[in-house]
Structures are given as structure tokens and as C-alpha cells.
Design a protein. Structure first.
Length: 81
């Protein structure tokens, strides 16, 4: 028995719901930004050591941070000043 295809909804709420669930991005401007996962791979360290290094570099003013979104998920990028 073949599956029946549903008809497109004419309800305006359905269109609004579909529009609201589109992924959105707020990416860092410029180049040279890396996520924590990328920094861990580049530095060859684990998560805790990576965050210790990030914290120290930010306190010394050598690293900048950008809070944004990628595919509607919160993401933090870092860049060496």
C-alpha cells in the first residue's frame, strides 16, 4: 500500500512555524577565528588544559572571544590578537 503525501497547509501558523525553525547563524567577522575543538586539535591538548590556556590568554589580552551561533546552536570562537 503506497504512502499518501500530505497536502501543503494553507494555515498561516504552519508557514510561521516553518519559518521560525529555520537555522540561523551569527558568525564571527573576519578570519582567523577558531572554536575550542579546533584549538584543542591545534594545540594537542585536552579540554581542561585548553580552557586553562584560553583563560590565561584572555586575561593577558592576547586572545579575543566572540559569542555567536552556528546552525541555531550557541558557539564560541577565539582569535589571537
Amino acid at each position: 500500500m503506497p504512502l499518501l503525501k500530505s497536502k501543503p497547509s494553507k494555515n498561516p501558523w504552519a508557514a510561521l512555524d516553518k519559518e521560525m525553525h529555520q537555522p540561523f547563524n551569527r558568525l564571527p567577522p573576519g578570519k582567523g577565528w577558531r572554536t575550542t575543538r579546533e584549538l584543542m586539535a591545534a594545540w594537542g591538548v585536552g579540554r581542561d588544559k585548553c580552557y586553562d590556556q584560553i583563560r590565561g590568554l584572555i586575561e593577558r589580552g592576547k586572545l579575543e572571544r566572540f559569542d555567536g551561533h552556528r546552525d541555531s546552536l550557541r558557539c564560541v570562537w577565539y582569535r589571537v590578537k
